[in-house]
Write a protein that binds this ligand. Sequence first.
Ligand code: ITT
Length: 197
Amino acid sequence: MKQRLIVATRNAHKVEEIRAILSACEVLDLSAVSDPPEVEETGTTFLENATLKAVAISCLTDALVLSDDSGLEVDSLGGEPGVYSSRYAGEDGNDSLNNEKLLRELSGRNERTARFRCVMVLARSGEVLAHFSGAVEGRILQIARGEGGFGYDPLFAPEGYEMSFAELGEEIKNGMSHRSRALEGVAEWLGQPRETD
Ligand code: ITT
């Protein structure tokens, strides 16, 4: 029987990517939990916020819960937007405003190196079992390109590529992303193979 895992996220793109990568598991979204609370991300690190989300949701179910806190760190902006990536332009989860703000902040700058980071926490019944992290290095493009992915994907070209994650598409992104690298640790912990292994 497949290992069942509830992903403690309101971001459907994260669930889709995790499901594609962790294909040996039964990956469920928050609809598997009745009345999931809106977990306030009061932490100042990815690990703190990932822990808040995993612990809160795992108190509501007997199933194994996985959370994902992730974001973009831009070197010439001192690591911003970092843990504030989804609310960089003020409004939570507004990808186009976030991307516009990032381009404004970087206008005229040649130094455009950046990385995506992802921290995942596994929890059961309010207890943290383990945590994992992954990163992918790259750079911020001059203009948004491509239709795939979500968030900052149209502006992020991974190292070794000219195209953005949004242009490269799901399969290439999932083969090298911060999320996929964090999931290597999760899969190993669970004793499950990943789609990309
Ligand atoms: P949950 O907290 O409910 O999981 P969220 O989208 O608010 O959903 P985060 O607080 O972890 O999640 O913020 C992640 C933000 O970082 C996300 O909204 C994007 O702006 C950015 N991000 C993370 N992973 C990304 C990826 O693979 N591609 C593009 N942008 C990404």
